[in-house]
Design a protein around this ligand. Sequence first.
Ligand SMILES: Cc1cc2nc3c(=O)[nH]c(=O)nc-3n(C[C@H](O)[C@H](O)[C@H](O)COP(=O)(O)OP(=O)(O)OC[C@H]3O[C@@H](n4cnc5c(N)ncnc54)[C@H](O)[C@@H]3O)c2cc1C
Length: 747
Amino acid sequence: MVPRLPEEAFIALLRSVYRNARHCNRARLTPRTPRLSALGCRTLRQYASTGAGDGDDDGGAARRGNTRTKEIAVLGGGITGLTTAHYLARYAPDAHVTLYEARDKLGGWIDAVRVPAGNGRDGEVLLQRGPRMLRSGSSSNRYDDLVLYDVIASLNLQNAMRHPSGPSDSRYLFYPDHLVKLPSGEPTLGGVLEAARSFLREPLWDGCLGAALSFRRKNDVSGLTVISDKFAALQNARRNGNDDYMLERLERRLARDESVAAFLGRVLDDERPVRNIVSGMLHGIYGGDAHRLSAKHTVLDRLWYQFASPRPRGQVWMPRKDWFLLYELMDGVGAVSANADEIVRLAERALGWKLLAFDDGLVTLVRALVEDLERQGNVTVKCGEPVTSVTKGDGCVLIKTPKTGDQPAKYDHVISTLFSKHLAKIAQPANSLPSLAETHAVTIMVVNLWYPGQDLLASNHGFGYLVPTATPNNDEGALGVLFDSDLTTDPARSPPGTKLTVMLGGHHWDGYRYFPNGDTGIAMAMSVVRKHLGIEPGTTANEVHARARLCRDCLPQHFVGHRARMAAAHDELRAAFGGRLSVAGPSYTAIGVAPAMRAGWEAATRVARPRSATLWFANAHKEPDAEWRAWCVSTLLEGEGEAEGGKQREEELAGHTGLEEFAVYEAAAMMPVWKKDLYFRTWTRPERRFTDSEGRWIEREQEQDDEEEEEEEQEPETDGDQKVRVGKKSFRVQPPGSGNVLHKDST
Ligand SMILES: Cc1cc2nc3c(=O)[nH]c(=O)nc-3n(C[C@H](O)[C@H](O)[C@H](O)COP(=O)(O)OP(=O)(O)OC[C@H]3O[C@@H](n4cnc5c(N)ncnc54)[C@H](O)[C@@H]3O)c2cc1C
C-alpha cells in the first residue's frame, strides 16, 4: 500500500500523461516559481481545473454565459461557516453566496472582550471566552494547518501572527492535590533530571513504567513482521481466489471502533495512566469522557491506526484526501494555489513553534474574514437571522427564517455548519435526520478571572493545568485552568496582574437539565483556584474582575460508533435532500479552529470544484503509487471536458453530503506514507525542505529541472504500458485506468 516508486518516477509519469492527454499542449505549461517545482507535481497545476474559479478566463466566461447564477446558502457564521463562504467567494465567483447567522455577531464560539483595567487608567485587559490558541501542525499527519495559512495569506494577516513561547511551554496536571509539571520534551540535562525526580516522587506516574514497557512490546513492528503478515494474507487470497482479500482484511481491522480508555487499557495493560493523565488531556481538548470518546476520532488517531494495522517504523497512516489538499493548495489551478508560496513560508516558519495566536485573540481572524466577505460582490451576510426550517424543494432547497415569512428562500445548494443536532431539529420533514439528532455535545462554563497588579502564580508559571478524572474532590467539575497572563503575545498592552481562565463542566455535567448561572459559575471558579492555586479572593487578591459564559452544546462528542452514525447520516441526507444539503464542521470531523477551517475548505471545494472532491475517495482500493496519482490526473482531465456546458457541474453540485468519507471503506479513506516524505513537518527529510534554518529559500530547482528534461528526452512515447526511467533503473507502469468509488452500500 505504500508508494514504491520514487517521486521522480511520478514526475516523469505525469509528464508522459501530459503529452498524451487530449486536452494538453505544450504552450499551456506556465513558468512556476522555483519553490513549487521542488514538490514535483507541476502537471497537476494545469490539470486540477474542474469548474468555476479555476482561472480559465475564456472558457469559464463562455460557460458562465450559458448558465444562471447558482445560489448557495451557508448556515452558521462561526469559523466553519465564515471559511466556507470565504472559499466559495474565491473558488466560485459565478455563484452567489448567502451566509445566515442567528446571532448579531459573527465568529461563533470565537469571542473576546477588552475590559478597562483600574477604571481605565491602566489600559485594557483582553478576556478570551472561547478558543485562543491554535496548534502549528508541525507534528501532524494531517494538513489542516495549510488551509489556515492559505486563509492568513489571503487576508494578509502574516504580520499579525504570533507564536507564544517561553513559560507557555510548561504544562501541569493537578493530581492528587497539587500541580505536577509535565516533562517538556527538551533533551537538556536539567530537564531529564527534573523528569526523573518527578517520576520517582509523584503518584501521578503510578503504573507508567509498566505501561511504557507494555507499549514498547506491543508496538514493536519490524519490517519482517509486516512482510510476513502481507505474505500470509496473499497466500490466503490466492487460496480463496479473492482479489479484494487484502482490502477486506484491512477494512476488518480498521473498521473496528473502541473508546480511548478501552484502546489504551489494551495497549498499556494498565488503566491508571488513562485515569491520571490521558483523561486530563481529553478534558482540555474535548471536555469529554475517555470511556465514551472513540479513540480513532481523537488526537490519538495516529496511534490507533498504527495498532489496528501496524506499519514499520517511519511510516504513518494518513487520510488520502490530505494528499489532495496538499497538492491542490500547492499546485492547483488559479485561485486554488494562489498563495502557495506564502503557505510554504508560513508552514516552514511554524516548524520552530508549537502554538499560533494573534494579539487580539482569534477575533483578529474572524474580523479579517468578515471584512473580506463584505468586500466580495457575490456574498451576502445575514446576521440576526436564524434559520428555522430547511426543506427539499423542486430541484432546490427551501430555507425559512423569521424574515422570509411564507416565502422561503430557494437555493441550489445549502451547506450547514450548525451543530448537527440543531440541523436535525430544523430539517423538514421532522425526524428525517435521526442519526444527526442522536449527536451529543458537552456544555462548558468559561470563567475569566483577572487579579490586577499581582503575580499570584509565583512558582507555577506556564500554559496552565488540566484536571484528570482521578483527581479527588472535584465537586465543581473543573476541567482545567489556563494561565492567560503567561500566554499573552502583547505584554506591552497588558497591564500587570494575573489572568486565568477556568473551564468547568464538560462530561461532568452530562445529563444535567439545569446549569449553573453566571454568578454561581464565578463562585465555583474561585473555589477551584483557591483550592488548586491558593488564590484567596479578598486576602491574596484585593480585587477580582470576573466574567462567566455558559457555552451550551459547544463541543460535539465523537463517541464510539461515530463513523457508523455518520455513514447512516450520509444516507439520510441524500434521501431527504437529494444531496443538495451538505454539512461541515466539528459535529462531523475533528474539533478545533484549524480543523473547522479545513472543513470549510472541503465544503466549498465540494460545491465549487466537485470533480476534484469526487477524487478524494475514488479508486481508493488502488495503491497510492504513481499509477494511482496519474489516474487522478487523467480523471481531472476528463472532468474538464464533461463540465463544459454546465450540465455535469449542475449534477455534481447536487450530489454531495459532506459525509462521503464515512460512507466509503475506511481502508479506502486512509493510506500509509513514509513520515519523512511528508512536507512541512519536523521529521521531513532535508531534500523536501524549502527554507533553511534562517528562513532562506533553498534554491535547487535548476538542477532538478535539467534532470527532468533529460529524462523526458529519453522516454519513449507509447499508448500502452509506459516505461519510466529514473536514474539507471526503469519502471513499467500501466496507463491510467478508470475506477469507482468504493461505497459500502450502493445507494
Ligand atoms: C470554550 C472553548 C474553548 C475552545 N478552545 C479552543 C482552542 O483553544 N483551540 C481550538 O482550536 N479550538 C478550540 N475550541 C473549539 C473551537 O472553538 C470550535 O471547534 C470552533 O470554533 C467551531 O466553529 P464552528 O463554526 O464549527 O461552530 P460555531 O462556532 O458553533 O458556529 C456555529 C454558528 O452557527 C450559528 N447558528 C446556530 N443556529 C443557527 C441557525 N438556526 N441559523 C443560523 N445560524 C445559527 C451560531 O450562532 C454560531 O455562530 C474551543 C471551544 C470552546 C467552546
